[in-house]
Unconditional design. Structure first.
Length: 233
């Protein structure tokens, strides 16, 4: 199975092609303001370099967010167009779940994405025997609330790993309030389409998989423009 995976939810525009859970090739661009201009050329170049076309792609995987509102829309509109034209199924993956897939050792994984002003996007997963299980669904929370959730759910018999740019921004607070936690490496903190593709492949092979040809954004909170318009902080 050939999977075309896309993640435009962060400052990195990342695309990759996988054969089942094996990585064939990846390209990325870290100029967030140019995702709309760079995504299609990146896809075309990747397909050319791998001697593939959209007709060879069996599954589309796309990050649904949370993250950059504009970036999420760009990625989703692109895979929707491919699905409509080529009748290829789509699987959506949250940015928090894709970050969990960056961690490869058995552990409790807290994924944290900075949402500014001590607010974060947050979720928790348990990795055991190469299987990822969500133990706290993606949510928008304060860093203080996230710390309380982590302390309530962490397993003292398992390693606890914090991953995502929020774990970097709030590292001092997290270290001071969570015992025996470890932090992901710089590379593991990057959101990547490879992890989106790996998660999508697992979802495709799960008992609950239902073929679909459309996905919707997951924002978890209003955009800054919407908050300003409604008088919120």
């Amino acid at each position: 199975m050939k999977i075309l995976a896309i993640d435009t939810s962060s400052k990195i525009c990342s695309i990759s092609i996988l054969d089942n859970n094996n990585i064939i090739a990846e390209k990325h661009n870290d100029e967030e303001t140019t995702h709309s201009q760079k995504l299609m050329p990146l896809i075309n170049n990747l397909l050319d370099e791998t001697n593939l076309t959209l007709d060879d792609i069996n599954l589309l995987a796309c990050c649904q967010g949370p993250g950059s509102f504009t970036g999420i829309r760009i990625g989703i509109s692109t895979v929707k167009a491919f699905a409509d034209v080529k009748n290829i199924p789509i699987i959506g993956v949250t940015s928090l779940e894709s970050l969990a897939y960056n961690i490869k050792e058995n552990s409790i994984i807290a994924t944290i994405i900075d949402a500014k002003n001590e607010n974060v996007y947050f979720a928790m997963y348990e990795l055991s025997n190469n299987s990822y299980k969500c133990i706290y669904e993606p949510t928008a929370a304060t860093i203080s609330d996230s710390i309380q959730i982590i302390n309530n759910l962490k397993n003292i018999d398992k390693k606890l790993v914090l991953v995502g740019d929020g774990s970097i921004v709030y590292k001092n607070i997290l270290q001071s309030n969570i015992l025996n936690c470890s932090f992901a490496s710089d590379i593991e903190n990057n959101q990547t389409s490879i992890s989106v593709g790996l998660s999508a492949y697992d979802k495709y092979n799960s008992d609950s998989y239902t073929k679909q040809y459309s996905i919707s954004p997951i924002y978890l909170k209003k955009s800054q423009a919407e908050r300003t318009l409604s008088g919120e902080n």
